[in-house]
Design a protein around this ligand. Sequence first.
Ligand SMILES: Nc1nc2c(ncn2[C@@H]2O[C@H](COP(=O)(O)OP(=O)(O)OP(=O)(O)O)[C@@H](O)[C@H]2O)c(=O)[nH]1
Length: 755
Amino acid sequence: MSDQSQAQYHHLIDDQCQLIPGLTNFIRQSGLGQSHNSYNIVSIIGSQNSGKSTLLNRVFGTNFEMLTGSSRTQTTKGIWVSRDKEQNILILDVEGSNSRQRGKGEKGSEFYERSTALFALAFSQILIINCNSLNLGHESEYSIIKIIMEMNIRLFRSDQVKQMLIIIRDFNDEVDNFKEVTDSIRNEIYGIWGEIQKPPEFVNVQPEQIFKIDFFTSSHFQYQRQKFESDMVQLRDRFINPGNPYNLFKGYNYNTNIPVEALEDLATTLWDTIQKNEDLNLPNQKLQASQVRCLKIKDQAIDLINKDLSKLKQDAESNYLADFNERAQNIVTRSFHHYDTESQYYVEKIKLEMRKVLNDELKTALYPIFNQQITSLQQNIKKELKTNLDALDYRNTSFIKYMDDLNFIKQQTKQVIFQGLYQSLPFNEYKVDWEITKIENQLAKVLEEIINNAREIQFVKFINSQEKTIKNSIDSLISNCFDTLDLEFWVTMRQGFNTILKENETRIRDQISQFFDHNRVDKEINNILSQSHQFLYDDIQKKVRELPYYLLKRFKRTFLKDERGLTRKWKELEEPFIQQLFLEQRKSIEDILQEFTRFKVSPPQSHQTNARMNDMFSSVIVGKAQMNDEVRQARQSLDFSNEDFSVLLDTTQINKIKQQFLDESEEEYNQVLRQRNTSFNANVPKWMWFVLVFFMYDDVFRWMANPLLLYPILLLGSFIGLCIATGYQQIPKVLFQQIFGQLTSLLGPLLLKIK
Ligand SMILES: Nc1nc2c(ncn2[C@@H]2O[C@H](COP(=O)(O)OP(=O)(O)OP(=O)(O)O)[C@@H](O)[C@H]2O)c(=O)[nH]1
C-alpha cells in the first residue's frame, strides 16, 4: 500500500511500531477538518488475506490496496487510515494477524498484532472482526479476541461499551444456520471472558456489559458474487443510514468524542501507552488529548497576538500610549476569540481550565507593559506639572491667584491621573491584581508632594515679600522718628509700628487663611510679628549708632531755624536772646538723649492666636525723668520688669555722645554769633572795589555782546524801571534784599574763610 496517494490515505503506524505524524494533516486534507466531534471511527482486524481491504473498499468506498492473483503475500502493513467516501467516518485498516512476514521475538508478530488490535479497539467506535466461515472455531480467530478482551479490561477504563462487529465471510445460508453459528461464536466469546484473568472489579461483570457484539454475514465472494455485492450494500446501509433498524451507530454519544483535530494527540497517547504496556484509562486519555489540544490552541492564541503584543510593548517603551487599553483589549479579545472558537468542542472543564491559563498568560504578558505605561504616565505627569508650575511662576501673579491656579492644576492633574490609569487598564477585572487603587494613591501622593512643595515655595516667597514690605515700612518709620527726634519718640514709634503691624497682619491673614489652616496661619503670623519686632530692634540699634548726627540735626533745626522753618535773622536778634535760645535747645536735646538709655522691643508674652495687635508691640524708656504720661501709663500697664529691657546706650556712651553734641552745638552757637557780628560789605577795603571795577569793565562789555546775558539784564532793568515808574519800587527792593541776604549768608562765611 506504500504507493497509495497521500490525500486518500495516511500510514498511521508503520511495521516498525512507529506512529507516523500527519494524521491531523490527513484529516484536514480529506475534508474532515470541520467535523469537530461528529465523526465515527471504524477499524477492521482479522487474518491476513481474509478480504479486509476488499470489504472496506466495498462498504466505505475506500481504495485500500487488495491482493490480486493467487499470491498470498501480505498487502497491509501496520495501520492505514482512510475515510468514507461520503460520511464523516474514519476507517482504519489493520495489518492482518498470523502474519508470516513478521518475525518472532519480543517486538515480533504477537506483540505487534496485539498492540495494533488493541489500538484499533481503543481508538474506534466499532471494531470489525473479519472471520471466514471456514476458519470459524479456529484457535487463531479467537485468540485475538481473547487478547484484546483481556488487554482491554486490564489496560482501559472505557467510556462506552465497546462495540464489535463480527463479519462472517463466505457464509452459505443454505448450509449454515445463522443463529446457531452466531450463538456458538457468542458462547465461545463468553467462554473466553470466563477464562481470562480479570481484575477484582470485573469478576462479576458480564461481557455484554463491556462488549456489544453484532454479527453480519457475507456471501461467498467468488461463488455468489452478486449476492456478495448486495451484502456489502446492506452493510454500508447499516453504517450510514440512521433510519436502518440495524444502524450500527444508533445511540452513540458524540459528546464523548474529542474534536477531530485532537485525534492525532489521542492516537499518539494511546499508542505510547500500549507500547509501554501501561495502565490506560480511555476517558482520561481523551481528557489528556483534550488537554494537549487545548494547550496547543492556547499557545496558538498567544502566538497569534505575539507580534502585536511586542509592538505594543515597543511603543509603550518610548511613550505613554493613550490607546493602550483599546489595543490591549483588542489583543486579548482576538486571542480569546481564537481560543474559544477552536476549543469549543473540547471537554468543558479542560477548555475552561486552559482558558484561565490563557487569561493568566495574557495578563502576565500585559503586566510589564502596563507597568511601563504607569512609569511613563508618572513621568508625563511630572513633566506636565513642571511645565504648568513654571508657567505659573513665569506669570508672576498675586499670591491668591497663584494658589487658586495651583489648586486648579492639582484638580486637573488628578483627572489626568485617573484617566491615565484607566486608559492603562485593559479590563476592569485586572483592577485588583494590578493594584490600581494603590498606584492611584501613590500617584496622588507624588502629586500632593509636588503641589505642596510649590505651595510652600510660593508661601515662603509671599511671606518674604511681606516681611520685606514690613521692613521697608519699619525702616521709613524709624528714619522718620529719628529725623524728627523729640520726647514723643517712642510713643510715635510704637503707634507707627502698631499701625504697620495691624494693617499688614489683617491683609496677610486674609490672604493666607484661604489656603492654610488656622494653626499654620497663626504660626506664620506670629513668625512675622516676631520678625517685625526683630527688624525694629535691629533698626533702632543701627540708627542709634548715628544718634550724634540726628541730635545735631535736630538741634540745628530748632536752633538755626524758626517755627516756620526759616533761617533766623541773627543780625536782628539780641545776643542774650540767642544765648537763651541756644541753652533751651541744647537742654531739650540733652533730654531727648536720655530717652536712649534702655529700651524694649518684643512681641507680646503670649503668642496666642487671640493676642491683639495693640498688645503686640511694647517699648519703654527707662531712666527718663521727663517721661510723659502716655509712656508712663504704657510702662505701668505692661508691667515690664527691668530684666526685660536691653541697654541701648550705657552711661559712658551717653556721656560721650552728650559731650560730642555739646562741642558741636557750641561750635554752631559760636558761628551764629560770628555771623551776627560780621558785616560782609564792611570787611571789603574800598580800593578793592576800584581795582575790581578796573579789571572788570572790558569784560563786562564783552559779556554784553552775548545776547544770553544782555537780554536778561535788559528785561531785569525794564522790570525795575517799570516798578519805579509805577511807584512799586518796594517790590524790586524786597526781592533784592531777600536774594542778597540768602547769598550773603551762603557766600559770606566762605569768603571770610578764604580771606
Ligand atoms: N474467499 C474469499 N476471498 C475473498 C473475499 N474477499 C476478498 N477475497 C480475496 O482474498 C484475497 C485477499 O484480499 P484482501 O482484501 O487483500 O485481503 P486483506 O485481508 O486485506 O489482506 P492483508 O491486508 O494482506 O491482510 C484477494 O485475492 C481477494 O480477492 C471473500 O469474501 N471470500
